[in-house]
Design a protein around this ligand. Structure first.
Ligand code: SF4
Length: 290
């Protein structure tokens, strides 16, 4: 009798999870654990909000995004992040969940919303155009930068300036092609004077980032620079302390490293980035160049 009951619960749980998966939920957020004085703190600190079951193909979240967990060393990271802004869920996708067409459809839906977005008044007034993201919707690797600069604002594509040229060289050195990765930013509009994104701007744009991550469902996320790393994972740790190890964000393994713009100013840090790339390739099971 007890075994029948146990089996029934197991089957019901599986059916529930399958239903969520079909509805577009690719990751289950980890429950937040209370910290005891003796236990090491987590790098994650996204504020929890009201949780509801996901609607079909929804990219909006009424719950916190996937929690980031450290997979190597512990860290201490106070967090001060604003709540993400949530809009209407996307309509149901006409394509089978997870297919290339489905991913492209969801990204296009998001792109249209971003193009019309005026949540950040200052940025929306000053931008030439929004810079949504570019690349393979089925990419294993999702690269996240900070925000569009002047070149990106003019061309509507991330990483096209001098930093983009250097990123291309890094991608090539890794034995990858640019169209094998997907590239986006924390913000989709250029901050005036190329200033750093404000926390409230990052929070307003977070829904689009989460939507892109959900649509692409990458195996690996590379955060280029402190702004990307700190905003994705909800930490204030420096990029110098975040690099060289891996984290878990939902299903994806996250690696943080220096932004190519920083490398242009500090070429000596290139060797650190190369070490990070070798760690990424090793974890991805790819050939690691000597
Ligand atoms: S930065 Fe993001 S949230 Fe802000 S106006 Fe642009 S698209 Fe909208």
């Amino acid at each position: 009798m007890a075994e029948d009951f146990s089996f029934a619960i197991d089957r019901a749980l599986r059916q529930e999870l399958e239903g969520w998966r079909r509805a577009g939920l690719s990751h289950l957020p980890m429950p937040r654990r209370k910290r005891s004085a003796a236990s090491p703190p987590s790098a994650s600190a996204k504020p929890a909000t009201t949780r509801t079951p996901p609607s079909s193909n929804s990219v909006s979240r009424t719950t916190s995004p996937p929690v980031t967990r450290i997979t190597s060393q512990p860290t201490t990271a106070p967090t001060t992040h604003a709540l993400p802004v949530v809009a209407e869920p996307l309509p149901p996708s006409p394509h089978s969940l997870g297919s290339r067409e489905d991913r492209e459809w969801r990204l296009n839906q998001l792109r249209q919303r971003v193009a019309a977005c005026t949540r950040c008044q200052e940025l929306a007034c000053a931008r030439t155009q929004t810079v949504f993201g570019v690349g393979n919707p089925e990419a294993r690797f999702l690269f996240i930068g900070e925000a569009p600069g002047a070149d990106e604002d003019a061309q509507g594509e991330p990483f096209v300036g001098a930093a983009g040229q250097l990123l291309n060289k890094i991608i090539t050195a890794c034995g990858l092609k640019r169209d094998e990765v997907y590239i986006c930013n924390i913000l989709r509009c250029r901050p005036p004077g190329n200033r750093k994104p404000l926390p409230e701007e990052a929070a307003k744009c977070r829904e689009y980032l989460d939507g892109q991550i959900a649509a692409i469902d990458p195996d690996f996320i590379v955060c280029w620079g402190a702004t990307a790393a700190q905003n994705l994972m909800g930490t204030e740790e420096s990029i110098g302390r975040l690099r060289g190890r891996t984290f878990q964000h939902g299903r994806a393994t996250v690696l943080c490293t220096y932004h190519p713009s920083y490398l242009l100013r500090n070429p000596a840090a290139k060797k650190d980035v190369w070490e990070d790339m070798k760690l990424l390739l090793k974890q991805a099971g790819l050939l690691v160049p000597a």
